[in-house]
Write a new protein. Structure first.
Length: 236
């Protein structure tokens, strides 16, 4: 490992990351878990420490999926429950009959990003200078989703909006705050005390945002007050 790249951890794992780390202006925290060998976990940190905070992006969907699975297992909700059953305000919309299963498996027909948020132009600042493509999002994810036309329902179509909607519906169904619900049901039982939904405008040291041309730092995809895009932060 070159002296110019601060690194620590498993030497073999660091060696495999060397080429990537040498050409990307970012920080890495990589863990390989194998319960059949010792040590069970190998960790490599490049330009980072155990206290470095990362914005984990779409891994949030996996955490929300775990939350959904637990609530369904308890019998408090069914995967066949529709959006309208949980959020009656969606009555009359295309979204009303969409199920939790469709949302969780990205087969609802919802778009990747909401239509109407300045269209493709909302993604342009992110692509060029690292702006937040969701910066102009309205306040309620349910309201946004209910306005969307569904295309290709039943076919897999990755949707950030659909992923956010699952979390909002679970919180509504249990009359709880999403952040607190996730912490109490998933994070704390797993000992993930350094992970949580961001509530401030402090930037994470590193995330999928990374940097962009001309080496400008990408903006945080921070959660707005009552906003639909929640940014989950976690320490390495």
């Amino acid at each position: 490992m070159a002296d110019s790249i601060p690194a620590q951890g498993d030497l073999q794992l660091l060696a495999r990351l060397h080429d990537v780390a040498g050409h990307v202006a970012g920080r890495f925290a990589v863990a390989v878990v194998n319960l059949e060998s010792e040590p069970h976990v190998k960790l490599a940190l490049i330009r980072a420490s155990a206290d470095t905070v990362f914005e984990i992006g779409s891994i949030t969907k996996a955490l929300t999926g775990m939350l959904l699975a637990e609530i369904v297992q308890e019998g408090r909700l069914s995967l066949d429950a529709t959006v309208e059953e949980i959020a009656p305000t969606t009555e009359g919309s295309e979204l009303a009959s969409v199920t939790l299963l469709e949302l969780a498996t990205h087969t609802s027909g919802l778009p990747r990003m909401p239509v109407g948020l300045a269209g493709g132009f909302s993604a342009l600042p992110f692509a060029l200078v690292g702006g937040n493509p969701y910066r102009n999002a309205p306040l309620s994810v349910i309201e946004i989703a209910a306005r969307q036309p569904l295309h290709g329902r039943g076919q897999r179509r990755y949707s950030n909006l659909g992923g956010a909607l699952v979390g909002e519906l679970l919180a509504g169904a249990l009359s709880a705050n999403y952040s607190r619900l996730l912490a109490e049901r998933i994070l704390h039982p797993l000992g993930m005390e350094s992970t949580g939904v961001s509530a401030t405008h402090r930037q994470a040291a590193c995330s999928a945002r990374s940097v962009t041309w001309p080496n400008w730092r990408r903006a945080s995809w921070m959660a707005l007050p009552r906003g639909w895009l929640r940014s989950i932060r976690s320490k390495a």
